[in-house]
Design a protein around this ligand. Structure first.
Ligand SMILES: Cc1ncc(C[n+]2csc(CCOP(=O)(O)OP(=O)(O)O)c2C)c(N)n1
Length: 671
């Protein structure tokens, strides 16, 4: 039993969070006071008694991770960071909640606010991201041992987090993998925006988690002793743990607590005055009494010794292991990667394989994985189709966290979010596969990879009607455009084995952006027949086949359609029309080149053509309003792929005819 004094201290400390949350939301005129006020007790116990972290070193690799999955309750996290003494979190930042340029945006953003581990806001994502953090922790632990990697991932999740579909994927994956370092505190307040949860939910969350293989317990979320006991028990469990904390949303606000009125709006001056009264918190807005502030600061110092001990452990590692750990945490790959890619490209120039780019991707991964032991591959149950597993990669599972291949199951969304968690955790580089068409199932998590600027690599195979008989449900047509529309995502569509190797190199060397690599099911011939040391794909688009003479036509094409472009150019040149072919493995990288370089690819051209077995959206920027686009205008069909290309008119002959027709139109206009 804790003494009365300690108990009073806990309450005062929790009330400091409540007061900051309600006052900051009031000052901003918007925000969510209810969640932080309700979850203040569990957060106080977690951060003052359980978690290992050091506000002076927010990036200490062996810190416990904390994920506020209910990102709308951001003031909970900001109040904690302020009270614990994180640098860059003075009281002014709390006063500036939700304002331009503040460190306290509406929802927590990683990279922006020290101490924030992941961007949250889209409900369910934080929980699923935390699964990846817990996976990465076990993976690194398997390599570097308990002295270097030994921490937990804690989550506060709300009703909304657990109602979202992604939570199913996340909790079943975590249960299957027995991620016992993952501990979820469920802010079980039975309220969401529309009112009581009973309006839309009659399930049993505890039973659901149990069915997924978790340890579960229900506690009073305002009883610090019960919360602490549950957390201590969870740390001893051999399974992931759910602690359902029954709380009252807006705890302390006499009229609004326990109602959806406390969820997402300022409480109002009158209710705030009444809350101060009810909580026994007579202090001015944003004023924290010294003794309470000191208690929080002392809590922030709790792990200083643990961190220093860890630093000693790291210093005592043998030189090689230590350098490797530090390299992995920095995320540097180039020294090992560049020679492996160069050697692989030399081999391709000799063998000139005719392979699908998904197979070419596997071949280059065979060269990459042995030199980059930090890669963790996977597939959403399409391992044999995505070709993401290489020789010697053991399966990552509960019995072998040293494995580097994850069978994610048919959980694309959970997989993508888990990869975000791994990339955020650091020390590992996640890549994993599904069909391009199912990038839609990953999209909310891909968007977060892009917002968070993390190196997550999406291997997206079966990238067009070229997949053939599976038909329109499996044939992506709008997905490349949709992915290219996303800021900060690199979308690659390589045309042959050499381009595939170069795109992989670019994806791995780009530390601060996710990449999607679109790959074919069907075989493609080698178009890059000579070895070039330079990574030509780095320019996004480059001349892959020069014109015989001054080019009158430029054909831009990506992926499997580059060979159609080359065939069309050969035919046009036979007919006396000089044509260059430009391969476009990445729009984003091309548009980042100088205007001069961009223009050089169409210099002197009368006609520009774009070929991609997908919708036109985005292509006009390359080919202009009067360019010819050869691609898809509707969903595909079920048939052998050669038939589909014929029937949809994506052929060299169609290109030749369109170009000739355009040139003769132009001639007659001139006459
Ligand atoms: C994917 C997604 N859908 C909708 C929202 C908008 N939204 C924010 S909070 C919320 C309801 C939250 O209810 P709950 O999770 O119980 O949080 P609490 O009311 O306890 O704060 C909704 C629908 C969102 N943030 N993310």
């Amino acid at each position: 039993m804790t003494s009365t004094i300690e108990r009073v201290d806990h309450t005062s400390m929790a009330n400091a969070i409540r007061a900051l949350a309600m006052d900051a939301v009031e000052a901003a005129g918007s925000g969510h006071p209810g969640m932080p006020m309700g979850a203040a007790d569990m957060a106080t116990v977690l951060f003052t008694k359980v978690m290992k972290f050091d506000p002076k070193e927010p990036h200490w690799p062996d810190r416990d991770r904390f994920v506020l999955s209910a990102g709308h309750g951001s003031m909970l996290l900001y109040a904690l960071l302020h009270l614990l003494g994180y640098e860059g979190m003075p009281i002014e930042e709390i006063r500036n909640f939700r304002q331009w340029g503040s460190k306290t945006p509406g929802h927590p953003e990683v990279n922006h606010t020290p101490g924030v581990e992941t961007t949250t806001g889209p409900l369910g994502q934080g929980l699923a991201t935390a699964v990846g953090m817990a996976m990465a922790e076990r993976s690194l632990n398997a390599t570097f041992g308990d002295d270097i990697v030994d921490h937990h991932t804690y989550v506060i999740a709300s009703d909304g987090d657990l109602m979202e579909g992604i939570s199913h994927e996340a909790i079943s994956l975590a249960g299957h993998l027995k991620l016992n370092r993952l501990i979820v505190l469920f802010d079980d307040n039975e309220i969401s925006i529309d009112g009581p949860i009973s309006l839309s939910e009659s399930g049993d969350q505890i039973a659901r988690f149990e069915a997924a293989g978790w340890d579960t317990v229900r506690v009073d979320g305002h009883d610090p002793d019960a919360i602490l006991d549950a957390l201590e028990a969870a740390k001893r469990s051999d399974r992931p743990s759910l602690i359902a904390c029954r709380t009252i949303i807006g705890y302390g606000a006499p009229k609004k607590q326990g109602t959806s009125g406390a969820h997402g709006a300022a409480l109002g001056a009158e209710e705030i005055a009444a809350t101060r009264e009810a909580l026994g918190w007579p202090h001015e807005p944003f004023e924290i009494p010294t003794d309470i502030r000191d208690a929080w600061r002392i809590a922030g110092l709790r792990s200083g010794q643990a961190r220093r001990a860890w630093e000693k452990n790291l210093a005592e590692l043998d030189r090689e292991a230590r350098a490797e750990f530090e390299r992995r945490i920095r995320g540097d790959v180039t020294v090992a990667l560049a020679p492996a890619i160069a050697e692989h490209k030399r081999l391709l120039a000799e063998t000139k394989p005719k392979v699908a780019t998904r197979k070419a991707s596997q071949d280059v991964l065979e060269a990459i994985n042995p030199v980059l032991p930090e890669t963790i591959g996977g597939s959403a149950d399409l391992t044999g189709s995505n070709n993401t597993k290489t020789k010697g990669l053991e399966v990552y599972d509960a019995g072998n966290y040293g494995g580097r291949f994850v069978h994610y199951g048919i959980r694309e969304h959970g997989m993508a979010a888990a990869m975000n968690g791994m990339a955020l955790h650091g020390g590992v580089i996640p890549y994993s596969g599904t069909f391009l068409v199912f990038s839609d199932y990953c999209r909310p998590a891909i968007r977060l990879s892009a917002i968070m600027a993390r190196r997550v690599i999406y291997v997206l195979t079966h990238d067009s009607i070229g997949l053939g008989e599976d038909g329109p449900t499996h044939q992506p047509v709008e997905h490349l455009a949709a992915l290219r529309a996303m800021p900060n995502l690199q979308v690659f569509r390589p045309a042959d084995a050499t381009e595939t190797a170069e795109c992989w190199q670019l994806a791995l060397e780009t530390k601060d952006r996710p990449s999607a690599i679109a790959l074919t099911r069907q075989n493609l011939r080698t178009l890059r027949t000579t070895y070039e040391e330079q990574n030509l794909c780095a320019r996004g688009a480059y001349e892959i086949a020069p014109a015989a003479g001054d080019a009158r036509v430029t054909i831009f094409a990506s992926g499997s359609e580059v060979e159609i472009g080359v065939d069309a150019a050969n035919e046009l040149q036979k007919r006396g029309i000089a044509t260059r072919v430009v391969s476009v493995p990445s729009f984003e990288l091309f548009f980042a080149q100088s205007k001069e370089y961009q223009r050089s690819l169409t210099e002197g051209c009368e006609v520009r053509v774009g070929i991609e077995a997908a919708v036109e959206m985005g292509w006009r920027r390359l080919i202009g309003e009067d360019g010819i686009f050869i691609g898809m205008t509707d969903f595909g069909q079920s048939a052998p792929y050669q038939t589909l290309y014929e029937k949809f008119g994506i052929t060299a002959q169609a290109v030749v005819e369109a170009v000739e027709a355009r040139l003769s139109e132009k001639r007659s206009e001139e006459e």
